[in-house]
Design a protein around this ligand. Structure first.
Ligand code: PMP
Length: 286
């Protein structure tokens, strides 16, 4: 059975889910998106993802043609129509088709696309062994350029950093900000733990404010840990007791080395493992 894609109010077969070659989403990366997990048929943190999508759209002066309530219903409907039990939803809003040129007034029909699919995850073995990552030379977007807080269709900056990681055999790569401080990884936020205190870069470090990040902060505090949103340098990661990454696909994944510096004892630490379990229990409604 072919997949059903939501396109501008209709559920259509995959082959009919097409957008114009003149869409500014394609021509200029002009648009926004979200990636959301489905666990046991429940769309995880849907209100938070919809909120972030509309905030991203607002920041780029893109008016989404349906309300947040309609978007929420459309996501639920698409997940049900594809009979997704555990999977992933990709929500994409493009600026729409228009003549060539950057002027947004040339476009008139933003495209609303919802794809409900399966998800490719990190190898389960990596949760046992931990990730070995590197620092990319490509820095995160300067906040005065395309703000990292916008989940825009233009991910080229992160793709360039990801290439550096892949070339060096690393499944993720750390990105610094324009000041040289730690921002985040190409598709995941980063946390360190030192003497029981959990730290992660603040929103203004040039990060996407991850929904997983915020859930993990809340769960960690509920478990009695101090969590600080503070400026971090690479040195703080090199000398941390533990390190882990968070993201919709990754959930919570331990990280055991950065740039060849072994973090802690080189194995996933106890607090990282505790938070992975707490997150999985929460996400799966246990
Ligand atoms: N940072 C970036 C750059 C990302 O693309 C993502 C994944 N959307 C994240 C962090 C993690 O965010 P979330 O937990 O909302 O998936």
């Amino acid at each position: 059975m072919s997949q059903k894609i939501y396109l501008n109010g209709q559920l259509v077969p995959e082959a009919e889910a097409v957008v114009s070659v003149f869409d500014h989403g394609l021509l200029y990366g002009d648009g926004v998106f979200e990636g959301i997990r489905v666990y046991n048929r429940r769309v995880f943190m849907l209100p938070e993802h919809v909120e972030r999508l509309y905030e991203s759209a607002r920041a780029i002066r893109l008016e989404i043609p349906i309300s947040q309530e309609e978007m929420t219903e459309a996501v639920e409907k698409t997940v049900a129509a594809n009979n997704i039990e555990d999977g992933y939803v990709r929500l994409v809003i493009t600026r729409g088709a228009g003549s060539l040129g950057l002027d947004i007034r040339r476009t008139s029909n933003p495209q609303v696309i919802i794809i409900a699919a399966t998800i490719s995850l990190y190898d389960p073995e990596l949760y046992e062994k931990g990730l070995k990552i590197i620092t990319a030379s490509t820095i995160r977007n300067h906040p005065c350029a395309v703000s990292p807080r916008i989940k825009s269709l233009n991910y080229l900056n992160n793709i360039l950093a990801k290439i550096e990681g892949t070339d060096q055999g690393a499944p993720e790569a750390l990105m610094l900000n324009h000041k040289g401080d730690v921002a985040e990884c190409t598709g995941d936020n980063i946390f360190v733990i030192k003497q029981g205190i959990i730290r992660t870069p603040p929103k203004d470090a040039g990060i996407l404010e991850g929904i997983t990040r915020n859930v993990v902060i809340k769960l960690a505090r509920e478990a009695g840990y101090a969590v600080e949103e503070v400026t971090l340098q690479r040195h703080d990661i090199y000398v941390a007791d533990e390190c882990f990454l968070t993201g919709t696909a990754a959930e919570v994944i331990p990280c055991v080395s950065l740039d060849g510096r072994v973090i802690g004892d080189g194995t996933p630490g106890p607090i990282s493992r505790q938070l992975l379990k707490a997150f999985q229990d929460f996400a799966r409604g246990r």
